[in-house]
Every structure is written in structure tokens, then in C-alpha cells.
Design a protein around this ligand. Structure first.
Ligand code: HEM
Length: 426
């Protein structure tokens, strides 16, 4: 057995999931693998020439496409969201890392191990893959990248020569009434949203990207999420948030191509070319005072939301998906105030998750909603809606926004020679 075959055998998954040794050799580029592993390189040998004859991995969402996966694709059960700061001024190093990240992301979303895998057969160097997802299917893993305002200019400096390519839509979010933002859970240069139906797969993905980025980026903040609070698949049962209400009833569905085009995807000619097919992501960590909520009457809860708690019907209607009779809802109810008809048509695609990060030392659960919203332009989406909600929403008695960030998520990775940020750094 040759060295290459030995390495290939070591990373071949145990189950017959269509991932052949031939596919691995084609995918990693053979001899490069051994060289990289021997040099202790991190995933440097991971390139994108996948074997087209291999059958698709079950539970794999296509990584390549015009738009990034993880936005309009079906929402998975679990989230690991991570924001990085770039700690080098070396543009070439950053670009190299983005190339390595892209190759690793393509592998992981396809259910493959990174580079020479967890058991590389090279005892002298750390394995290319940390290993905790070995044997697990990707469970619809998606990895979505976004660039924050500080990647373009930080403290007045254009560290990477890309300041001129900063989109106007990548503005600083204004301060909203009631905000109590923790700077250590806000902002950041690069975000990666990992979603999967298996938390271990999502965590594995973020962990490995952080490992690959060692010396180039450092983790600024991160958030785990466990219960989706939105839906892009209206035919599926609408999930519930920690207030116990159905959440995501009136969202943009992944199949609504016209609405996605109008409200989510950035069209050609709008802003810099590298954002064509992309979208803007607003992330807000919203603490929910669930102990107070739990002592609130059912009537008050329903008046705050503007929908009933059982089937999730709007007040004044009977079915969950009935047209919202806006005037029948209390004036300060959340649904009335956030509805597009109240906000000159402003519409966002929500993709948030619940979180419970232990307790706060005062006997209260550190719980809330990690709100994620995608849109074509935050100045026409999140900002006007939140301006109205922050001043008027009856829900404000029960929530507080404690973290905030905005990212420009480029269009999708088109093929094997494309990578996250290629058009931006071109
Ligand atoms: C902890 C905070 C929040 C909770 C618990 C919450 C909960 C809900 C619930 C239960 C619904 C009704 C079901 C549905 O149509 O999805 C809803 C709708 C909605 N929410 Fe929120 N939400 C929160 C924060 C926000 C924020 C910050 C925004 C945007 C700035 C927002 C925007 C919307 C929109 C646009 C709708 C749909 C309105 C419609 O078209 O009828 N929500 N939310």
C-alpha cells in the first residue's frame, strides 16, 4: 500500500455513504495531502476537485451556488454562531485563511473530514480534523459567512486595502431605545453561522474553522442556539419560542423566489459587485425575562404578541395562516407593529434561535432569542422595523437587546476555484 493510499484509507468514513477512496484522492489532490500532513499544515491540501460520480451524501445541503446556503434553505434545529476578529494586518494571510476555510466548509457540509482527516496516520503532527464528527452525517450542515464593517476600516485604518469596497448598506446600526449592548457580545470582523440538525456537527464546524484560523483570527464572541424560532418551510409545523408562542408563521419561505428577490438577495448593480447574490445579516442577542413572562396572564401574553397561544392565530382570526386583521390587534402588539403594512412594506427573513446560557446568579435563567434576520438592505429592513418596535412594542417590558452586529454576506461560492471573499479581495 502506498503512502497516499494509506492516508486515504485512514480518513475513509466507516459507513457506506458514497464517499469512496477514489473520491478522496481526487478531492485532496493525492500527494499534496501527504506533504501537507508531514509539514503539519492545516488543511492546506484541501482543494475542491470533488468526484462527480459519487452519490450525494444523505442530509447534505449543497455548499456551492449563486446564493449562500443557510439563508433561504430550510432552517435546521441547532446553531453555533461565531464572530471572529482578524488579528493580523497581512492581507495575504487573511486571503489564504479564507481559501482554507472555504475548502474545509465544502468538505464538512458534504459530510467529509478536513484534509487528511482525524486519523491522518502522521503521528508527529496534529490531525487536520479534530474528529468529533467522524461517522456523523452532516445533518444538513450549512456554513454561512459574513463580513462586518470593521473588516473594511478599523480605528480609521484600511488594514486590507478593501475600504473602497465597503457597501453603504453595511452601516453602523443606530442606537435603539432600551438597548443595553455588551460590546463583548457585539460587532466583529467576520461571522460564521453554522446550522445543523445535530449540535455536535455545528460545533465541530466552528471549532475547526477557529483552529484553521489560528494566528489570523481570534474568536470575539459566539452563541449556541437550540430551538429554531423561525421557519422557511411553511408546510412544516411552526416552531415555538421561549414565550411559548409559535414563531416564524409569517416569514419568507425558501420557495418564494419573488419575495426573496425583492427583500433578501442583493441584485447586480446595487452596491459593490462582490455583494451580488448576497444578503445583509443582523444579529441581535435578546434577553427574555421569562420568569416575569411566566407570571403574566394568558390574556396579557396574547395581547403582547397579537396572536393566540394555542394555534397561533392572529387576534380577530381563527387559523394560524389567516390574513392578519391588523386593526383587530392591540395597537402596541408585536405583530401589529412589526407587520410590513405598518412599516411601508419593510420585510425581513427571520432565522433566529432560542438560547439558555445557564443562569445569571440571581436565580434567573440567562435565556432569550438570538435573533438573526437577512435582508437586501438593513436600512430598509431591520432598522425601520426595530425603530418602531423599540419605541412602542408592548413586548419591551419582557425583553432587552444585549448584543448586536451587522454583516455583509457575499453571494455563494460558485465552484471549486471560488472561495469566501474572492470577489471582495480580487
Ligand atoms: C425576543 C424577541 C422577539 C420575540 C419573542 C418575537 C416573537 C414573535 C412572534 C411570536 C411573532 C408571531 C409569529 C410570526 O409571524 O412569526 C413574531 C412576528 C414577527 N416578528 Fe418578532 N419577536 C421578537 C423580536 C423581533 C424583532 C427584534 C424583530 C425585528 C426588528 C421582529 C420582527 C417580527 C416580524 C417582521 C414578524 C412578522 C409580522 C407579520 O408579518 O405578521 N421580531 N415575532
Amino acid at each position: 500500500m502506498t503512502e497516499i493510499e494509506r492516508v486515504a484509507e485512514a480518513v475513509e468514513p466507516p459507513s457506506g455513504d458514497g464517499f469512496s477512496r477514489r473520491a478522496l484522492l481526487g478531492w485532496t489532490g493525492g500527494a499534496l495531502v501527504v506533504g501537507a500532513a508531514a509539514a503539519g499544515g492545516v488543511a492546506t491540501a484541501v482543494t475542491g476537485s470533488e468526484d462527480k460520480s459519487s452519490t450525494p451524501t444523505p442530509g447534505a445541503v449543497d455548499f456551492h451556488g449563486v446564493n449562500q446556503a443557510g439563508i433561504a434553505t430550510p432552517v435546521q434545529d441547532r446553531l453555533h454562531f461565531c464572530v471572529f476578529d482578524v488579528i493580523t494586518d497581512d492581507r495575504a494571510k487573511l486571503v489564504r485563511m479564507l481559501q482554507q476555510w472555504t475548502a474545509a466548509a465544502a468538505a464538512m457540509t458534504a459530510g467529509k473530514q478536513i484534509g487528511t482527516g482525524a486519523d491522518s496516520g502522521v503521528p508527529e503532527s496534529p490531525p487536520d480534523d479534530t474528529g468529533e464528527a467522524v461517522g456523523l452525517p452532516p445533518n444538513n450542515l450549512t456554513l454561512t459567512v459574513g463580513f462586518g464593517p470593521t473588516l473594511f476600516t478599523k480605528d480609521g485604518r484600511d488594514r486590507f486595502g478593501i475600504a473602497a469596497k465597503k457597501p453603504e448598506a453595511l452601516t453602523e446600526l443606530p442606537a435603539f431605545p432600551g438597548d443595553k449592548l455588551d460590546p463583548q457580545r457585539s460587532g466583529g470582523d467576520i461571522a460564521v453561522q453554522a446550522c445543523s440538525d445535530d449540535p455536535q456537527v455545528a460545533v465541530h464546524a466552528i471549532r475547526n474553522l477557529a483552529r484553521i484560523g489560528f494566528g489570523v483570527v481570534s474568536v470575539r464572541w459566539s452563541q449556541l442556539g437550540f430551538g429554531k424560532t423561525s421557519s422557511t418551510t411553511p408546510e412544516a409545523m411552526t416552531p415555538r419560542n421561549l414565550f411559548g408562542f409559535k414563531d416564524g408563521t409569517r416569514n419568507i419561505a425558501g420557495t418564494e423566489t419573488d419575495r426573496l428577490r425583492e427583500h433578501v438577495w442583493v441584485p447586480a448593480g446595487e452596491g459593490p459587485a462582490w455583494m451580488t447574490g448576497g444578503s445583509y445579516l443582523v444579529a441581535r442577542r435578546i434577553r427574555m425575562h421569562i420568569e416575569t413572562w411566566d407570571r403574566t396572564s394568558l390574556q396579557e401574553q396574547e395581547d403582547v404578541i397579537g396572536r393566540n397561544k394555542g394555534v397561533g392565530a392572529p387576534q380577530g382570526a381563527t387559523g394560524e395562516h389567516d390574513v392578519v386583521p391588523l386593526k383587530a390587534l392591540p395597537e402596541k402588539s408585536h405583530v401589529r407593529l412589526s407587520h410590513p403594512d405598518t412599516n411601508n412594506g419593510a420585510t425581513i427573513l427571520r432565522r433566529g434561535y432560542s438560547f439558555v446560557d445557564g443562569s445569571d446568579g440571581l436565580g434567573r435563567l440567562e435565556a432569550g432569542l438570538f435573533f438573526l434576520a437577512y435582508q437586501r438592505d438593513p436600512r430598509k429592513g431591520f432598522i425601520p422595523i426595530q425603530q418602531r418596535l423599540a419605541s412602542n412594542d408592548a413586548m419591551n417590558e419582557y425583553i432587552q437587546h444585549v448584543g448586536s452586529a451587522l454583516f455583509a454576506c457575499p453571494g455563494g461560492v460558485r465552484g471549486a476555484d471560488d472561495y469566501w471573499g474572492k470577489a471582495l479581495f480580487a
